[in-house]
Design a binder for this molecule. Structure first.
Ligand code: 13P
Ligand code: SF4
Length: 330
């Protein structure tokens, strides 16, 4: 079936079934283009949780659909693919608890730890953080949340993305360490778990040097999941939405090279845009979702089988909500 026929079928089913479809910027174009709303992680969570329709199809990765379910347990949240963010999979509740125990062994009391989890984490990790009075943050508000968390006078345990934690520490003039790097966590303000995004690890300082040599006036724009040395050499670092806004405001002649996922950068081609890598930086799990999957999800709403519906136990949801809500309160 052609994409156009599928698209027509999807739009018809969407109207008939009273469903909202949202998509992250990293989704394939054909999926991105049928969404009612697109945004970065924070915008998607906010929009989807306040949307009045009872059914939501989330084209993104697992933690994104879970965030909506945590915020609005009465909504049916379905994902065309249960695609898991590889970084979010790097930590589970047991690993999280082990890390807290290890910090205790190294002389930092549990009550002196303030955990902050990047939204790219499972509901269980968010709940463990919520139980300790901690926060969720996204790439667009990490600095604000860490500033607030530090007011507790405690050390920050930042999970799972070491790069985002390190980048915020550099930006705020704070000391950071990465679990297992051999340094004493007692010396750090922000203790980062050793997780990372394999897509954003692709971007190197050499790539920046290559483009700067070729086009001396080019601007370098990166996502804070990139390595600290890459972000330090960037002209702008921001969430996916912040990057889009920054680039849209540039003059058409201004060359810009971008270090984030390929589908999103490719959509910015009407500007003088380059990809900061010689390989195609695609997020494999974001790319799993196809129009066929969206159609099948709609059909499952119609026949009541509700494929790939997100479910979270109430005990987990309640604590994960606390951590997410502390972010929204700010
Ligand atoms: P944003 O919140 O900036 O959209 O980032 C989500 C993400 O997974 C980036 O890799
Ligand atoms: Fe996760 Fe990286 Fe994909 Fe973002 S780009 S969803 S952090 S694996």
């Amino acid at each position: 079936m052609s994409n156009n026929t599928l698209k027509e079928e999807i739009l018809k089913l969407k109207e008939e079934l009273d469903v909202t479809i949202v998509a992250h910027f990293y989704q394939k174009d054909e999926v991105f283009n049928i969404a009612d709303f697109t945004g970065d992680s924070l915008e998607l969570a906010k929009f989807a949780a306040s949307d009045s329709k009872p059914n939501l199809i989330f084209c993104g990765v697992g933690f994104m659909g879970q965030s909506v379910k945590i915020l609005d347990p009465n909504k049916k949240v379905l994902m065309p693919r249960i695609a898991c963010c590889a970084m979010a999979k790097m930590i589970d509740e047991d690993y999280y608890n082990q890390n807290v125990e290890n910090l205790e062994k190294s002389g930092i009391k549990k009550e002196d730890i303030m955990p902050v989890t990047y939204i790219n984490s499972s509901a269980e990790v968010k709940a463990a953080v919520g139980k300790m009075g901690g926060y969720v943050c996204t790439s667009s508000n990490a600095k604000l949340i860490i500033t607030k968390a530090l007011k507790s006078g405690k050390k920050i345990l930042f999970v799972p993305d070491r790069c985002l934690g390190q980048n915020i520490a550099i930006d705020m003039g704070l000391k950071s360490c990465v679990v297992g790097d051999g340094s004493d966590p007692k010396d750090a303000d922000i203790i980062c778990y050793n997780g990372f995004c394999s897509v954003h690890q692709l971007f190197e300082v050499e790539d920046i040097e290559f483009y700067k040599e070729k086009y001396p006036d080019i601007l370098v724009v990166t996502h804070p999941e990139c390595k600290p040395e890459v972000c330090e050499k960037s002209d702008f670092v921001g969430s996916t939405s912040q990057i889009i806004k920054y680039i849209k405001e540039l003059s058409i002649e201004q060359k810009v090279v971008v270090g984030t996922e390929y589908n999103m950068v490719n959509r910015l081609r009407e500007k003088n845009t380059y990809v900061l890598s010689s390989t195609k930086p695609e997020c494999p799990t974001m790319n799993e979702t196809r129009l066929e999957d969206v159609r099948d999800t709609l059909l499952s709403i119609k026949d009541g089988s509700y494929i790939n519906e997100i479910t979270i136990s109430e005990d987990t949801r309640k604590y994960a909500f606390e951590a997410l809500n502390r972010m929204f309160e700010l």
